[in-house]
Design a protein around this ligand. Structure first.
Ligand code: SF4
Ligand code: SF4
Ligand code: FES
Length: 316
């Protein structure tokens, strides 16, 4: 009888806020903090995505390091001494939250109100928001031609919502430029490359090729970008319409797990249902095959379920 191979994984021991923590080699500082039950704010981090260190809200102090380090990307090392709540860390998080909060609509970003309170962030101290950009103005902004603000109002990325298809809307007034949608659409998962970051500095934005509307772009409507967007900038049209009508109510929703019936891949689906109607579809991030990703059929092809014959049982 042959022996069952045993995989031995090395561990590293580090100190976090004075406590010794042992984690498998290759873990990030954020992984180690989570293992300690510490709540570190994150925005651009995604458990299924390559870290890009874009938002800088997860920074921690590492002894011997001149600068703060992004806990979501930096690997834990033997003997490392980490501080997650020093004055320097708190000040940095406060600054990041204020810069984001004063320029971006974070009204549908989870946890931000709590973090603002925790770090004493007051985005409103940057002044009232400047008027929104006219439709398409930010998409046409050219690198190196950024105009200085008026000194009275806070510059923002406010602009009209892009609604150009029946599946999902793009509300870039809510975009923090975290790159997660670009990663999901690109080499991390979908390899479609329909979107990328265009422009520079404050004019940087997510764009399709030549700013084409989604139906004319390379987008295949897998919706994997919506699945990872942390701010609601990318949103199911069904959710957007309900929110606009004041009817979106997560507390009244159920989530039912099932298997997509369209093809033999058999992706896991989570059907979010409100008032007996599917309002959006997600897929579990911890699924070993699909990692939260779907194709257009699994993500958006749910209307047929709701095409009930007149008078048929509505499921009550
Ligand atoms: S649209 Fe969403 S996922 Fe994409 S960069 Fe903006 S905030 Fe991040
Ligand atoms: S989501 Fe797409 S790939 Fe997955 S089972 Fe459904 S049809 Fe097949
Ligand atoms: S969550 Fe670590 S840099 Fe954004």
């Amino acid at each position: 009888m042959s022996a069952v191979p045993v995989t031995i994984r090395r561990t590293v021991e580090l100190q976090i806020d004075g406590d010794a923590v042992r984690v498998p080699e290759g873990s990030t500082i954020l992984d180690a903090c989570k293992a300690r039950g510490l709540d570190i704010p994150t925005l651009c981090y995604g458990e299924t995505l390559t870290p890009v260190n874009a938002c800088r809200v997860c920074m921690v102090e590492v002894e011997g390091s001149r600068v703060l380090v992004p806990s979501c990307a930096r690997k834990a090392e033997d003997g490392m001494v980490v501080r997650t709540r020093s004055d320097r860390v708190d000040h940095s998080r406060k600054m990041v939250l204020e810069f984001l909060g004063s320029s971006v609509d974070l009204s549908t970003t989870q946890h931000v109100d709590r973090w603002n309170r925790e770090y004493g962030a007051a985005p409103e101290r940057y002044g009232p928001p400047a008027p929104p950009a006219p439709e398409g103005a930010r998409d046409r902004a050219q690198a190196g031609r950024h105009h200085a603000g008026d000194g009275q109002t806070a510059a923002t990325v406010a602009q009209p919502v892009k609604i150009d298809n029946e599946n999902y809307v793009r509300d870039y007034a809510k975009c923090i430029l975290c790159y997660k949608c670009v990663e999901g659409c690109g080499t991390d998962w979908q390899n479609t490359f329909a979107i990328a970051v265009a422009g520079r500095g404050f004019d940087a934005r997510i764009a399709t090729e030549f700013d084409a509307p989604l139906p004319d772009s390379a987008c295949v409507y897998c919706g994997n970008c919506i699945a990872v967007c942390p701010t609601g900038a990318l949103m199911f049209k069904s959710e957007y319409d309900l929110r606009q009508a004041g009817g979106w109510d997560e507390s009244a929703q159920t989530v039912t797990e099932t298997i997509c019936s369209y093809c033999g891949v058999g992706c896991s689906l989570e059907l979010h249902v409100q008032d007996n109607t599917i309002v959006k579809v997600t897929s579990p991030l911890d699924h070993g095959v699909t990692h939260g990703n779907l194709c257009v059929k699994g993500r958006f092809g749910f209307q047929y379920v709701q095409n009930r014959a007149p008078g048929a049982d509505d499921g009550a």
